[in-house]
Design a protein around this ligand. Structure first.
Ligand SMILES: [Zn+2]
Length: 201
Protein backbone atom coordinates (compact mmCIF):
# COMPACT_ATOMS: atom_id res chain seq x y z
CA UNK A 1 0.00 0.00 0.00
CA UNK A 2 1.36 3.43 -0.95
CA UNK A 3 1.96 5.98 1.81
CA UNK A 4 -0.80 8.27 0.43
CA UNK A 5 -3.24 5.36 0.57
CA UNK A 6 -2.26 4.56 4.14
CA UNK A 7 -2.79 8.17 5.15
CA UNK A 8 -6.16 8.33 3.40
CA UNK A 9 -7.28 5.11 5.08
CA UNK A 10 -6.22 6.51 8.45
CA UNK A 11 -8.07 9.77 7.73
CA UNK A 12 -11.27 7.88 6.82
CA UNK A 13 -11.06 5.71 9.93
CA UNK A 14 -10.60 8.77 12.16
CA UNK A 15 -13.43 10.78 10.58
CA UNK A 16 -15.79 7.81 10.87
CA UNK A 17 -14.80 7.18 14.48
CA UNK A 18 -15.40 10.81 15.44
CA UNK A 19 -18.95 10.50 14.13
CA UNK A 20 -19.54 7.15 15.85
CA UNK A 21 -19.12 4.92 12.77
CA UNK A 22 -16.86 1.90 12.37
CA UNK A 23 -14.71 0.83 9.45
CA UNK A 24 -14.95 -2.86 8.54
CA UNK A 25 -12.29 -4.29 6.22
CA UNK A 26 -12.86 -7.61 4.45
CA UNK A 27 -10.04 -9.42 2.63
CA UNK A 28 -12.51 -10.83 0.07
CA UNK A 29 -13.82 -9.45 -3.21
CA UNK A 30 -17.27 -8.60 -1.89
CA UNK A 31 -18.98 -7.43 1.26
CA UNK A 32 -22.60 -8.05 2.15
CA UNK A 33 -24.84 -6.18 4.51
CA UNK A 34 -28.30 -7.32 5.62
CA UNK A 35 -30.46 -7.70 2.49
CA UNK A 36 -28.22 -5.58 0.25
CA UNK A 37 -26.64 -7.41 -2.70
CA UNK A 38 -22.90 -8.21 -2.88
CA UNK A 39 -20.75 -5.15 -3.44
CA UNK A 40 -17.10 -4.08 -3.22
CA UNK A 41 -18.06 -1.53 -0.55
CA UNK A 42 -21.10 -0.51 1.48
CA UNK A 43 -21.84 2.54 3.58
CA UNK A 44 -24.54 1.47 6.02
CA UNK A 45 -26.02 4.61 7.54
CA UNK A 46 -28.37 2.84 9.97
CA UNK A 47 -25.77 0.28 11.04
CA UNK A 48 -23.17 3.07 11.41
CA UNK A 49 -20.60 1.11 9.49
CA UNK A 50 -18.52 1.45 6.33
CA UNK A 51 -17.52 -1.94 4.88
CA UNK A 52 -14.86 -2.35 2.25
CA UNK A 53 -13.57 -5.41 0.36
CA UNK A 54 -9.85 -4.93 -0.15
CA UNK A 55 -9.69 -8.06 -2.33
CA UNK A 56 -11.60 -6.16 -5.03
CA UNK A 57 -9.69 -4.49 -7.89
CA UNK A 58 -9.08 -0.87 -6.99
CA UNK A 59 -10.37 -0.80 -3.44
CA UNK A 60 -8.98 2.68 -2.67
CA UNK A 61 -11.43 4.13 -5.21
CA UNK A 62 -14.30 2.19 -3.61
CA UNK A 63 -13.21 3.47 -0.21
CA UNK A 64 -13.34 7.06 -1.53
CA UNK A 65 -16.83 6.38 -2.93
CA UNK A 66 -18.27 4.90 0.26
CA UNK A 67 -16.59 7.57 2.39
CA UNK A 68 -18.23 10.19 0.14
CA UNK A 69 -21.65 8.76 1.05
CA UNK A 70 -20.69 9.47 4.66
CA UNK A 71 -19.69 13.04 3.68
CA UNK A 72 -23.04 13.55 1.90
CA UNK A 73 -24.79 12.57 5.10
CA UNK A 74 -22.58 14.83 7.25
CA UNK A 75 -23.14 17.75 4.89
CA UNK A 76 -26.83 16.88 4.55
CA UNK A 77 -26.70 17.60 0.82
CA UNK A 78 -29.86 18.13 -1.23
CA UNK A 79 -29.21 15.00 -3.34
CA UNK A 80 -28.96 12.98 -0.14
CA UNK A 81 -32.12 14.48 1.39
CA UNK A 82 -34.19 13.98 -1.77
CA UNK A 83 -33.05 10.38 -2.04
CA UNK A 84 -33.90 9.78 1.62
CA UNK A 85 -37.51 10.73 0.91
CA UNK A 86 -37.83 7.98 -1.67
CA UNK A 87 -39.37 5.19 0.34
CA UNK A 88 -39.16 2.46 -2.29
CA UNK A 89 -36.82 -0.36 -1.34
CA UNK A 90 -34.99 -1.45 -4.47
CA UNK A 91 -33.60 -4.61 -2.81
CA UNK A 92 -37.05 -5.83 -1.81
CA UNK A 93 -38.32 -4.97 -5.28
CA UNK A 94 -35.43 -6.89 -6.89
CA UNK A 95 -36.23 -9.87 -4.67
CA UNK A 96 -39.86 -9.73 -5.82
CA UNK A 97 -41.13 -9.04 -2.29
CA UNK A 98 -42.82 -5.77 -3.25
CA UNK A 99 -44.29 -4.03 -6.31
CA UNK A 100 -44.19 -0.31 -7.12
CA UNK A 101 -45.97 1.83 -9.69
CA UNK A 102 -43.71 2.89 -12.60
CA UNK A 103 -43.86 6.47 -11.25
CA UNK A 104 -42.60 5.55 -7.78
CA UNK A 105 -39.91 3.31 -9.23
CA UNK A 106 -38.80 5.96 -11.68
CA UNK A 107 -38.51 8.62 -8.98
CA UNK A 108 -36.55 6.24 -6.79
CA UNK A 109 -34.12 5.35 -9.59
CA UNK A 110 -33.64 9.00 -10.56
CA UNK A 111 -32.95 10.14 -6.99
CA UNK A 112 -30.56 7.21 -6.53
CA UNK A 113 -28.66 8.17 -9.69
CA UNK A 114 -28.43 11.83 -8.61
CA UNK A 115 -27.25 10.84 -5.14
CA UNK A 116 -24.65 8.42 -6.55
CA UNK A 117 -23.55 11.02 -9.12
CA UNK A 118 -22.91 13.59 -6.40
CA UNK A 119 -21.05 10.91 -4.45
CA UNK A 120 -18.74 10.26 -7.43
CA UNK A 121 -17.94 13.98 -7.70
CA UNK A 122 -17.15 14.11 -3.96
CA UNK A 123 -14.98 10.98 -4.30
CA UNK A 124 -12.89 12.53 -7.09
CA UNK A 125 -12.32 15.61 -4.90
CA UNK A 126 -11.29 13.44 -1.92
CA UNK A 127 -8.88 11.37 -4.01
CA UNK A 128 -7.24 14.50 -5.40
CA UNK A 129 -7.09 16.14 -1.97
CA UNK A 130 -5.29 13.11 -0.54
CA UNK A 131 -2.90 12.80 -3.51
CA UNK A 132 -4.12 9.33 -4.47
CA UNK A 133 -2.79 8.36 -7.89
CA UNK A 134 -5.64 7.44 -10.23
CA UNK A 135 -6.69 7.82 -13.85
CA UNK A 136 -9.33 10.58 -13.78
CA UNK A 137 -10.71 9.96 -17.28
CA UNK A 138 -11.00 6.24 -16.58
CA UNK A 139 -12.73 7.07 -13.29
CA UNK A 140 -15.27 9.19 -15.21
CA UNK A 141 -15.95 6.32 -17.62
CA UNK A 142 -16.34 3.84 -14.78
CA UNK A 143 -18.66 6.22 -12.92
CA UNK A 144 -20.83 6.56 -16.04
CA UNK A 145 -20.92 2.76 -16.43
CA UNK A 146 -22.05 2.44 -12.81
CA UNK A 147 -24.64 5.24 -12.98
CA UNK A 148 -26.21 3.78 -16.14
CA UNK A 149 -26.57 0.52 -14.27
CA UNK A 150 -29.49 1.93 -12.25
CA UNK A 151 -31.36 2.59 -15.48
CA UNK A 152 -30.58 -1.00 -16.45
CA UNK A 153 -31.87 -2.28 -13.10
CA UNK A 154 -35.11 -0.33 -13.54
CA UNK A 155 -35.67 -1.92 -16.95
CA UNK A 156 -34.48 -5.49 -16.32
CA UNK A 157 -35.14 -5.93 -12.59
CA UNK A 158 -31.79 -7.65 -12.16
CA UNK A 159 -28.69 -7.03 -10.02
CA UNK A 160 -25.03 -8.00 -10.49
CA UNK A 161 -23.90 -11.58 -10.04
CA UNK A 162 -21.04 -11.96 -7.52
CA UNK A 163 -19.46 -14.58 -9.79
CA UNK A 164 -19.28 -12.24 -12.78
CA UNK A 165 -17.79 -8.82 -13.60
CA UNK A 166 -18.84 -5.49 -12.13
CA UNK A 167 -20.15 -3.00 -14.70
CA UNK A 168 -17.27 -0.61 -14.12
CA UNK A 169 -14.39 -3.09 -14.38
CA UNK A 170 -15.30 -4.45 -17.84
CA UNK A 171 -13.13 -2.79 -20.52
CA UNK A 172 -15.76 -3.33 -23.24
CA UNK A 173 -18.25 -1.32 -21.18
CA UNK A 174 -15.72 1.40 -20.33
CA UNK A 175 -15.08 1.85 -24.04
CA UNK A 176 -18.75 2.75 -24.60
CA UNK A 177 -18.60 5.49 -21.97
CA UNK A 178 -17.87 9.21 -22.37
CA UNK A 179 -14.84 10.49 -20.45
CA UNK A 180 -16.88 13.19 -18.69
CA UNK A 181 -19.48 12.36 -16.03
CA UNK A 182 -22.88 12.71 -17.68
CA UNK A 183 -25.88 14.58 -16.28
CA UNK A 184 -28.60 12.24 -17.50
CA UNK A 185 -28.55 8.44 -17.62
CA UNK A 186 -31.95 7.80 -19.15
CA UNK A 187 -30.70 6.52 -22.50
CA UNK A 188 -28.21 3.71 -22.19
CA UNK A 189 -25.49 3.63 -24.90
CA UNK A 190 -25.97 1.06 -27.67
CA UNK A 191 -24.46 -2.28 -26.67
CA UNK A 192 -24.42 -1.53 -22.94
CA UNK A 193 -27.41 -3.67 -22.00
CA UNK A 194 -26.16 -6.67 -23.98
CA UNK A 195 -22.71 -6.48 -22.33
CA UNK A 196 -24.21 -6.19 -18.84
CA UNK A 197 -26.58 -9.12 -19.47
CA UNK A 198 -23.73 -11.28 -20.80
CA UNK A 199 -20.89 -10.46 -18.40
CA UNK A 200 -22.33 -8.99 -15.22
CA UNK A 201 -25.67 -10.68 -14.48
ZN1 LIG B 1 -22.74 4.60 -3.83
Amino acid sequence: MRIEEQLFLRHVRQELKLAGYELFISKGKYVRDKDVGPSSGIFDEGGKRLSIAVGAGNWILTLAHEYSHFKQLQKNTRAHRVHDKCKANIWNWLAGKVEYTPDVLNRCVLTTIMMERECELFAIKELKKHNIRFDVLKYHRQANAYLYFYTFVQKHRKWLSPRKYSVSELIEIQQLMPSKIKRSFKRMPKGYEELVLTYCI
